[in-house]
Structure formats: structure tokens, C-alpha cells
Design a protein around this ligand. Structure first.
Ligand SMILES: [Zn+2]
Ligand SMILES: [Zn+2]
Ligand SMILES: [Zn+2]
Length: 225
């Protein structure tokens, strides 16, 4: 039996949504017991740890639920004949594959399709063949917003914690039905995700608009009147 010492990993980045491909060499583990891979955006993609001679644990942050998932597997499942699926246990969806390059590349196209389908269900204007990036941003913002709601980090200055969320084609609107304050988050630029992460909590004020401005200068939150 010929066992390939090189496998390809294809995984969707949990931060920027892009599919990333890396080569995993079995020999990398002959000296060190851990290998980590990062996305071009800087976010961690995958960490593989050799725990015994033939056992490995794989940790990968997940775009769907925002958590890290762990998989315990054997050497011959990583560098073997069959494709290994990296899934989100929470949403029961694949987010990556490890195996032969061609199979991984093909299967990853399905990841992208699934993701666009799921994200487009959130956009209610039916424009589901538009840009991948926009869907990703909408999806990621909705995840972040729902996490903030769970943690009590999203409310209106008037005291109302039940804000309604409306997804429009280029923006998400947060509306307070008690005082009619409206917050607008533009979804046409990925930078907004970093801005929302850096905010921690959102207090809605009337006519509030978030959009990324000149990200190179590191300027972030803009309130518009
Ligand atoms: Zn990335
Ligand atoms: Zn997950
Ligand atoms: Zn209010």
C-alpha cells in the first residue's frame, strides 16, 4: 500500500469567510508535535496536534457558530485514501476537508454553495445570486448581533432591550419600537466586522450609522446625525 505523506486541507476561514487551502506534510510531525495554519487575513484556520504515535487532534474555529471545534482522529484518516470532513457539530454543516487535493477542492465548492444558500436565506430580497462577500458579511453580523443580545450587550438608550433587526440589501437596521431610534450597519465592507468586534456592546441612539471609514488609518466608528 502506498500512503501519501502529503494531504491538502481546505477550510473556510471563520473570520473573513474565504476558502483557504494548505498542504499538510506527515513529516512535519516528526520533530514537532503541533502545526498551526493561518488565513491570509491573519485568523487561525487549523491546529493539528500529534498526541500519540498515530493519534491526532484537530482544532478549528468555526464560521457558523463562532466556537472552536475539536476532532480526534488517526494518522491514516489525515494522510489516507478517504476524505476527512471537518464539520460544525452545532449546525451540522461541513466547513472544511482534508484529503487528496482534487477531492478537497471539489468538496470545498459545496461549502461555498451551502454557505451562500444559508446566508441568502437571511437576505429577504430574493437577490440570492449576488456577491458572496455581502452574504458573508450579513451572516457574520447577524451571528455577532445575536451573541451580543445573549450577553445583554445590545440595547437602546431608552432602556428597551428588544430591538428589531431588519436585513436590507446593503445594510442591517436595528430599530427600537419604543422610541423609534434606528441604528444602521452597512454591509458593503468587511471592515465592519472588525469594528463590531472592537465595540463589545452597542447602545442604540437615534439616527446612528456605522460604516467603516478609511480602514488604513485605523479610524473606525462613525456616528452620523
Ligand atoms: Zn480569513
Ligand atoms: Zn460550529
Ligand atoms: Zn429606544
Amino acid at each position: 500500500m502506498i500512503v501519501s505523506a502529503v494531504a491538502t486541507v481546505g477550510i473556510q476561514c471563520s473570520k473573513c469567510g474565504e476558502l483557504q487551502f494548505r498542504t499538510l506534510s506527515a513529516f512535519a510531525f516528526s520533530h514537532f508535535n503541533q502545526e498551526s495554519y493561518s488565513c491570509v487575513c491573519g485568523a487561525p484556520l487549523l491546529t493539528i496536534t500529534s498526541i500519540e504515535r498515530s493519534n491526532f487532534s484537530i482544532e478549528y474555529p468555526c464560521i457558523y457558530c463562532g466556537e472552536s471545534h475539536y476532532l480526534l482522529t488517526k494518522r491514516n484518516h489525515i494522510w489516507g485514501e478517504d476524505i476527512l470532513e471537518l464539520v460544525c457539530n452545532d449546525k451540522d454543516l461541513p466547513i472544511g476537508y482534508i484529503g487528496h487535493h482534487h477531492e478537497v477542492a471539489n468538496s470545498c465548492q459545496e461549502i461555498k454553495k451551502n454557505f451562500v444558500k444559508l446566508a441568502s436565506q437571511l437576505v429577504n430580497d430574493g437577490e440570492n445570486e449576488s456577491e458572496f462577500d455581502n452574504f458573508f458579511i450579513v451572516y457574520a453580523i447577524m451571528e455577532k448581533i445575536s451573541k451580543m443580545v445573549e450577553r445583554g450587550q445590545l440595547e437602546c438608550r431608552c432602556g428597551n432591550k428588544n430591538l428589531s433587526v431588519e436585513i436590507l440589501s446593503d445594510k442591517i437596521e436595528l430599530v427600537c419600537q419604543a422610541c423609534y431610534a434606528v441604528g444602521t450597519i452597512y454591509t458593503d465592507n468587511k471592515e465592519i466586522l472588525r469594528i463590531i468586534d472592537s465595540m463589545g456592546s452597542i447602545f442604540l441612539e437615534d439616527n446612528m450609522t456605522w460604516y467603516p471609514k478609511d480602514p488604513l488609518k485605523g479610524q473606525n466608528l462613525v456616528k452620523n446625525k
